[in-house]
Design a protein around this ligand. Structure first.
Ligand SMILES: Nc1nc2c(ncn2[C@@H]2O[C@H](COP(=O)(O)OP(=O)(O)OP(=O)(O)O)[C@@H](O)[C@H]2O)c(=O)[nH]1
Ligand SMILES: [Mg+2]
Length: 384
């Protein structure tokens, strides 16, 4: 009996030892399983929200200008100066909220987490005609092309288009007048002064509309970014899948005789963009300011004329004024079709717009297109 008990105990101990010996191996196994699992779970690629998060072109800000300081109702009191008369100074004005254009900024990102702009209050006036100090202004820098709207009415109030340009977004309250202002022949001891004016507390909408001479309009994958990269020093992302570009890109074309113009490449638009399809019409606002619209349709599309019409329609749905802009139609990727097919396509092209076949790969007609764009830009810029 005792021997059997000993036997059982030694077997248990052996088993225990064996398990303990296997622990490092089990740990490695568990780690390996974890590694294999991580292989099977898809890697999280940056999403549209991640990539575009730094491009902010619309913010609502709460602007609170400062209250004006009260005027002083004070009388001069000095030895040997009896009945010195009123000498109350004026209150200082409240601080303004000021917008300032800066060519170094490109988005409104810096205002995304700075929702409340609060200016300082003006100081009260004092005796001996001392005027109170003005409240501290709050100046926010914004990129060129920013417009400020009234949040309630949607009315455009200001537009920043030049570097260093400043406008008062929300005006600070006026300082009250001191009693010195109210003295008169019939009232030589006015015992009152004006209170300071209240500051304004309001919401404003700041919207960025990129200032560029030429805007690229096309379906995703049409070759817009490739064209931008071939004529400017910009390095946009280029890839053979739709919606590679999800935020606008800008590039400067160095034209002959050191003249230059700016091109904006906006994300591709698709049929129904005005109903929110694809990336929607959110980025169309960035071509509203462009002098010329360069429509781009790929040469290997099923029906070039139809695609052009769809793009035109989306622009019209967004803002009918876009149709009054100068237009050029570029048929991209012309290297994918031969001369014969190009001749055949010529007959099916829209007739209401200048058309040019280009290829960013073989450089076909790129210089000619630059000439056409410059002509169109210069026409408006210098009213030739
Ligand atoms: N063969 C040929 N391929 C081109 C040409 N231009 C662009 N591509 C190719 O077309 C694909 C799409 O080009 P993108 O410039 O990214 O197109 P996009 O219009 O900017 O596309 P989204 O940003 O998605 O709207 C890429 O694989 C380019 O290499 C061209 O002239 N010839
Ligand atoms: Mg692109």
């Amino acid at each position: 009996m005792a021997a059997r008990k000993m036997d059982f105990e030694s077997t248990t101990l052996n088993l225990f030892d064996k398990i303990m010996a296997k622990i490092p191996y089990l740990c490695t196994l568990i780690r390996k399983i974890g590694f294999l699992e991580s292989l099977s779970t898809p890697i999280r690629h940056p999403t549209i929200m991640d990539k575009g998060a730094n491009f902010v072109d619309y913010v609502r800000v709460n602007c609170r200008s400062g209250r004006g300081g009260a005027g002083s109702a004070h009388f001069r009191r000095e030895k040997f100066v009896p009945k010195g008369g009123p000498d109350g100074g004026d209150g200082g004005r409240g601080g303004h909220i000021i917008l300032k254009g800066s060519r170094n900024l490109w988005t409104l990102l810096h205002l995304r987490y700075r929702k409340h702009l609060i200016a300082g209050n003006g100081e009260n006036g004092a005796g001996a005609l001392k005027t109170g100090a003005d409240g501290d202004d709050v100046t926010i820098e914004v990129p060129l092309g920013t417009i400020a709207r009234n949040d309630e009415t949607g009315e455009i109030e200001h537009e920043i288009i030049e570097d260093g340009q400043t406008v008062i977004l929300t005006r600070g309250g006026r300082g009250g007048l001191g009693n010195d202002h109210f003295k008169s022949a019939t009232n030589q001891t006015p015992r009152y002064a004006q209170p300071g004016e209240e500051g304004i507390d309001e919401w404003k909408v700041l919207e960025l509309r990129v200032l560029a001479d030429v805007g690229l309009v096309g379906f995703p994958n049409a070759g817009k970014s490739t064209f931008l990269a071939s004529v400017t020093a910009a390095k946009p992302e280029i890839a053979p899948y739709p919606f590679t570009t999800i935020i606008p890109n800008l590039g400067m074309v160095q034209y002959r005789d050191s003249r230059s113009f700016c091109i904006a490449d906006i994300p591709g638009i698709i049929e129904g963009a005005h109903l929110g399809k694809g990336l929607g019409d959110r980025f169309l606002r960035h071509i509203e300011r462009n002098a010329t619209l360069l429509f781009m349709v790929a040469a290997d599309s099923d029906d070039i004329r139809e695609q052009y019409q769809i793009l035109l329609n989306e622009c019209e749905q967004y803002n009918p004024d876009l149709l009054h802009k100068q237009r050029i139609l570029a048929i991209t990727k012309a290297d994918l079709i031969d001369e014969e097919l190009e001749q055949m396509l010529q007959e099916e092209l829209p007739t209401d717009v200048p058309v040019i076949f280009i290829s960013a790969v073989t450089n076909k007609n790129i210089q000619r297109l630059k000439d056409m764009l410059w002509q169109s830009v210069a026409n408006l810029r210098y009213q030739l």
